[in-house]
Design a protein around this ligand. Structure first.
Ligand code: NAD
Ligand code: IPM
Ligand code: MN
Length: 362
């Protein structure tokens, strides 16, 4: 929790983005406005016009001045989703998303995999009690670092390279963040997932650093697992996992797999933070993308975005509000006051309204 007076005003930048982004961020904004007016939370909202629409209009992706202003003035950014079929290069999306993840050095992408109702767990004989772990995804390097290039493009001799960048500092700080989180949140076990059997240079570093760091946390069980086997074990018995730490690319994949156990991507929230400096601006986003086939139909599940608001409020110093939002979303799913992907029949806006109603009663 941030150590600051609870009355200090926190400025939050909102970037709805593309596809279903604006629809789910609308529900998130309504919750935040409710917190401003009804609960008097000292927050200020700054709506930013960024995304595919803006890029197609005037070529703007993520201006440097805006990044600096966010860094100086904001405590958090809430992003909907980026990705639009009209911009197949994803140029704007990379500039905005990586501009913040890399630009603010938000090295921990924290993605809870938690089922909030038995009905959303697709595994035979399993309940929500079996699905509750947190993935710590390295967020500033790995295959995402952008080191590489193309040679002889368009010829039969073409070469395409994206290097997998693993630095001692980068690997150590994310592993340490996972152990620190396990310790402070009372979790028992940290699994580190790599592919050191095949990637013997890059991932041997993960193995070695994990082995060193684990010694500093004798009360936390530490286990190594190859990422391919991890995917098997998560489906066979998700209850054995507490905290999983892994690299950027594997974390991306494992958390979509995890979302499958939570009721789908409409239920998966995430935070991008710099744990060593909690006062730094942080980025919050649902795990899902812009879901182009759902866009503009008022059908997308807004709960991932609302749970993400919960993570953001906890980061801003109000952890009890995260619990309150989570409980309201869980209750909405139990009551069937939710969208079709999690067993209801409501539209996006109605599902958001149901959670606001339940929040008001809590
Ligand atoms: P996606 O997450 O948009 O969709 C995957 C599946 O989940 C689809 O079946 C979709 O309908 C469903 N889904 C996603 N969000 C949902 C919600 N809120 N409610 C109900 N169902 C939901 O992934 P994709 O289809 O692979 O990618 C679409 C675009 O989004 C691409 O351009 C991709 O690059 C981008 N993307 C962006 C982000 C981000 O901005 N953080 C994340 C992932 C993908
Ligand atoms: C995510 C997304 C992004 C990622 C894409 C849009 C670059 O899939 O946030 O999970 O791979 O990190
Ligand atoms: Mn992803």
């Amino acid at each position: 929790m941030a150590a600051e007076a609870s009355t200090a005003k926190r400025k939050i930048a909102l970037i709805p983005g593309d596809g279903i982004g604006p629809e789910v961020i609308r529900e998130a904004s309504l919750v935040l406005e409710w917190y401003q007016s009804e609960r008097k939370l000292p927050i200020e909202l700054w709506h930013l016009d960024l995304g595919a629409e803006r890029f197609l209009r005037d070529g703007t992706t993520f201006p440097k001045e805006m990044r600096i202003a966010i860094q100086r003035e904001c405590r958090a950014v809430l992003l909907g989703a980026l990705g639009d079929p009209r911009v197949p290069s994803m140029e704007h999306a990379r500039d905005i998303l990586f501009g913040m993840r890399f630009g603010f050095d938000l090295y921990a992408n924290i993605r809870p995999v938690k089922a909030l109702a038995d009905s959303v767990v697709p595994l035979k004989g399993r309940t929500r009690a079996d699905v509750d772990f947190v993935v710590f995804r390295e967020n500033t390097e790995g295959a995402y670092a952008g080191v590489g290039g193309q040679l002889k493009r368009g010829t039969l001799d073409e070469i395409a390279i994206n290097e997998d960048i693993n630095t001692r500092k980068g690997v150590e700080r994310i592993i340490r963040a996972a152990f620190d989180f396990a310790k402070t949140s009372g979790r028992k076990r940290v699994h580190m997932a790599d592919k050191s059997n095949a990637l013997r240079h890059a991932h041997e570093l993960w193995l070695r650093v994990f082995d060193e760091v684990r010694r500093e946390y004798p009360d936390i069980e530490a286990a190594h697992v190859y990422v391919d086997a991890l995917c098997l074990y998560i489906i066979q018995d998700p209850s054995q996992f507490d905290v999983i730490v892994t690299n950027n690319l594997f974390g991306d994949i494992v958390t979509d797999l995890g979302a499958g156990l939570q009721g789908g991507l409409g239920m998966a929230a995430s935070a991008n933070v710099h744990p060593a400096d909690p006062g730094r601006v942080a980025l919050f986003e649902p795990v899902h993308g812009s879901a182009p086939t759902l866009a503009g139909k008022n059908q997308a599940n807004p709960f991932a975005a609302l749970l993400t608001v919960g993570m953001m409020l906890a980061h801003l110093g109000w952890p009890e509000e995260e619990q309150r939002i989570e409980a309201a979303v869980a209750r909405a799913v139990e009551l069937g006051q939710c969208t079709v992907d999690v067993g209801g029949s409501l539209r996006t806006h109605e599902a958001g309204a149901a959670v606001r109603r339940l929040l008001a009663e809590s």
